[in-house]
Design a protein around this ligand. Structure first.
Ligand code: AKG
Ligand code: FE2
Length: 862
């Protein structure tokens, strides 16, 4: 029997000017006929769509562009997805800081649309100064050539006309550029997947945001006193990988808005807000509703935890998977094909959010509203944000009015008010950006992480057969409804899934290993019909190709409702529970590369380190120089009346991981910020050494003459007894710089960006009264589920500073060897000049009771 009407083309948009310009009824029919499962197609009904923007229905443009990419190579087995950013910018004063921050947090692609030739030039210069990392920047000037390309975009019908409207032109350019970038990024990804090597940067996700916004992963719990670094264990890449595994294709991020504090001078300029501003208005109004496409969402709305606090938009920004047909819908959202809201996730802002820094600094604020001039009340067909209108009017009224507005609405208040706002949860202190920008973080561009065990996740796309009765019902159901409503799960999908689950015990599949059909979802296929995507996990020894073939043939045979099946995604799953912590840690590193340019370690040291999880090297540091670090510590302790003795009741001044006073704050104080960590497991007294302090160690740290450490060693004593505060400081600095160089070595050895974190350094003193530290690991036990590259300590490096150590002094570092290395323990004496390096998350260690003063400088690399 020949059926007249094939799947789904029973609704096309007849009333919309923008729609008909893109595709005619004939084109629509031809496109449908080109699909394997459609015998014939005819447009049978046109209906006016008042509620649904026609733009949102253009999703099947994807099908018009040529054959679907169903047979593309497996999706990047073994590589974590990376994020790119598309931005349209003009005169962005902090572009360099913005790019550097994002490079440091692992952004691998920047699609920068320069709004003028001068902006393009500035970006190109920046790319040059970045060296190889400059290659991640793709700079496009908004010129006539680009304008012409805009005209071929789906969004042209919607945004093209807006280019002429004063109030909407910027947003229209941003949206067109974002769509353009998504297409370019999709092409790059395709090329890479087909093994052709992409010309520009490659990313699997694309975020649309501005040059005054930063992506912030790992925001700490509100009120957590952890220097804003957060302690979440997953990286952005891991976050994205998990999102992909859950079938997420777009992620909405809440934007916290910078809150300017009054400080000494409310009207001060702010040279680099990313570095200087750390207070943010909490945005807690982001919710899933944002993803329902309503044209009204185009404009920003003031809001946030305290409605009156936000001065700019509070409806977030979003990122979408590249190559999945997402297109910008305004600047805040990506729309998924068919306007589908399933597959959109709202990120928990405490883990992942956007930091927005508008209107920072008085003179730039004045300048901005002078440039904007007398803009209209409307913006993209809606009311402008109220604050912008007030600022426009104030600028018109004169400098006094503008200053008044800035003081009243941009500045949130003085110290007391800030405290109240934080207590109320309306504001939060986030030091993340400052921290990232200030610390040495290197991004590795090295190879893939090591292969993990054979566990694969497949997505098999099942295209329905034509002529199924139940679909006639579906069609009837669909008449007159919009796409978002009709693209729901039809009954055939659950029936097919049930059949497949039964098949998992079939001979064909059992030979692959353990095959589990874990779930399914639908995606719009054509108007009124859906295709089904089945998610399968295969655990076993067989290669993924044979698994893919077997899965496809089983899916095809399972039901006559399935016309065709193909693998659309395939990904190796990192092992979780079956992995021991040592394996997880080792995946941080490459094992096969030749390490050519190491500064401190030799290639053979790296091999030893990877084989046993730890490394002991003598004479890495000059013995006398490291002994002087101990003297400096002892001297500052002698000057510290509070810390030179452990408090009786054990109550102490802070937690172990958090510096409460930073060394930088010390210029007004005498001494280092020593404290007794609040833990019964340890008997040492510690202080954190931050970078700024290391650069400029104050001469007031201790009284002279500095006490002699390791008095038994007369030689060292004689040689250095005449040392000055300056020379001790120089010695500390030199050890610190070696610890920094060591980090660069480790970054080189790391797998694909997996050791790109910060460094923290601590000086520790174990008093001679038997102080010890019970057996522990330096980072949370990590089974791999939170990602091997999560943000926590990864490698520990210790420089021992004790010039004359004897067996009687005790205080050895006792390392527990890995089981596969034969188990047991190794004792390492903390002698001056010795380096110990170990994997923080899996190497258990303890400090044995110490009967001499014991000093060590420890660096943790993140
Ligand atoms: O000083 C040592 O040998 C080890 C100290 C330690 O384990 C720690 O501070 O976490
Ligand atoms: Fe430790």
């Amino acid at each position: 029997m020949t059926r007249d009407v094939g799947y789904g083309i029973f609704a096309a948009v007849a009333t919309c000017r923008s729609w008909t310009g893109i595709v005619s009824a004939e084109e629509l029919e031809d496109a449908a006929k080109g699909l394997a499962c459609i015998q014939n197609a005819r447009v049978v009904k046109w209906y006016p769509c008042m509620d649904v923007c026609p733009f949102d229905q253009c999703w099947f443009q994807e099908y018009l562009r040529g054959p679907a990419k169903k047979n593309a190579a497996p999706l990047r087995a073994n590589r974590l997805p990376s994020l790119g950013i598309v931005t349209t910018f003009r005169g962005a004063p902090n572009l360099e800081s913005w790019v550097r921050y994002h490079l440091k947090v692992g952004i691998k692609a920047f699609y920068l649309y320069a709004d003028s030739a001068a902006d393009a030039e500035a970006a190109r210069r920046l790319a040059d100064t970045l060296g190889p990392e400059g290659a991640y920047m793709r700079i496009v000037e908004v010129d006539d050539a680009l304008r012409q390309e805009w005209e071929s975009l789906v969004g042209w019908s919607r945004y093209g006309p807006r280019l002429k409207e004063v109030g909407s032109a910027v947003m229209a350019r941003q949206c067109l550029n974002a769509e353009h970038a998504m297409i370019v990024a999709g092409a790059a990804l395709d090329m890479e997947q087909e093994g052709e090597g992409a010309e520009g940067p490659v990313c699997e996700w694309l975020l649309h945001c501005d040059a005054d916004e930063l992506v912030c992963m790992n925001v700490p719990e509100e009120g957590a006193d952890d220097d804003g670094q957060g302690r979440s264990t997953r990286s952005l890449q891991d976050f994205l990988a998990e999102a992909e595994l859950m079938g997420v294709a777009a992620i909405v991020l809440a934007n916290h808005e910078v809150a300017l504090e009054e400080g000494d001078d409310a009207l001060r300029d702010i040279a680099d807000p990313f570095l200087e501003c750390t207070l943010f208005k909490v945005n807690d109004r982001i919710n899933a509703d944002l993803n329902v496409p309503t044209p009204a969402d185009d404009g920003g709305k003031p809001g946030g935890g305290d409605e009156s606090l936000f001065i700019q938009y509070s409806n977030g920004k979003s990122m979408a998977r590249v190559g999945r047909g997402a297109r910008p819908h305004g600047v805040h959202k990506w729309l998924l094909p068919g306007g589908s809201a399933s597959g959109v996730m709202v990120a928990d802002a405490r883990e992942l959010c956007l930091l927005h820094y508008p209107d920072c600094g008085y003179s730039s604020f004045v300048e901005k509203y002078k440039t904007l001039g007398n803009f209209g009340d409307e913006w993209f067909g809606q009311n402008q944000m109220p604050f912008r209108l007030r600022a426009r009017d104030a600028a018109k009224a004169g400098p006094e009015a503008l200053e008044g507005l800035y003081r009243k609405e941009v500045i949130v208040g003085d110290e007391a008010r800030v405290r109240t706002l934080i207590d109320r949860g309306d504001c939060v202190r986030i030091n993340k950006a400052r921290h990232v920008l200030q610390h040495t973080i290197a991004v590795s561009t090295s190879n893939l992480p090591n292969a993990c065990k054979e566990r694969w996740r497949f997505e098999v796309e099942l295209v329905p057969t034509n002529g199924d009765e139940s679909d006639d019902d579906a069609q009837d159901d669909c008449e007159g409804k919009d796409v978002a409503t009709i693209a729901r799960d039809p009954p055939w999908c659950s029936a097919v899934f049930d059949e497949l689950c039964c098949k998992s015990a079939s001979e064909e599949l059992v030979s692959l290993g353990d095959v589990k059909f874990v779930g399914w979802r639908t995606e719009p296929f054509f108007f009124g019909s859906v295709k089904m995507v089945v998610i399968v996990v295969v655990t076993g020894k067989s290669g993924s190709d044979s698994a893919a073939q077997a899965l496809v043939s089983v899916c095809l045979s399972v039901s006559d409702k399935v016309q065709s099946a193909s693998i659309i995604a395939q990904r190796q799953i990192p092992d979780k529970a079956s992995d021991d912590a040592f394996d997880t840690c080792r995946r941080l590193f490459q094992t096969t590369a030749d390490f050519m340019n190491l500064g401190i370690l030799k290639a053979s040291d790296v091999a030893t380190f990877l084989e046993q999880g730890f490394l002991v090297l003598d004479n890495v540091f000059d013995a006398a120089v490291s002994a002087n670090v101990a003297r400096l510590a002892a001297a500052s302790l002698a000057a510290d009346k509070v810390c030179s003795e452990r408090p009786e009741n054990g109550s102490t001044s802070g937690s172990t991981t958090t510096p409460t006073t930073t060394t930088t704050e010390l210029s007004q104080k005498q001494g280092l910020p020593w404290r007794w960590p609040e833990q019964t497991a340890r008997g040492d007294c510690v202080c954190w050494i931050d970078n700024a302090f290391a650069e400029d160690i104050p001469a007031t740290l201790f009284s002279f003459p500095p006490p002699v450490v390791g008095a038994q060693d007369a030689a060292v004593d004689d040689a250095k007894s005449a040392c000055s505060s300056a020379s001790l400081a120089a010695d500390l600095k030199s050890v610190l710089s070696q610890l920094a160089a060591l980090q660069l070595d480790l970054v080189q050895c790391a797998a694909d960006g997996r050791l790109l974190g910060d460094r923290e350094v601590q000086l520790a003193w174990y008093p001679a009264n038997g102080a010890a530290y019970a057996k522990h690991c330096d980072a949370l036990p990590d089974d791999g589920s939170k990602g091997a590259s999560g943000l926590q300590r990864k490698v520990t490096a210790i420089c021992y500073c004790n010039p004359s150590w004897t067996e009687a002094s005790g205080g050895c570092l006792r390392i527990t060897r890995q089981d596969r290395q034969g188990g047991g323990t190794v004792d390492v004496e903390p002698v001056a000049g010795r380096l110990v390096l170990f994997m923080s998350r899996c190497v258990q260690h303890e400090v044995r009771p110490s009967f001499a003063d014991r000093y060590a400088l420890t660096a943790w690399y993140w």
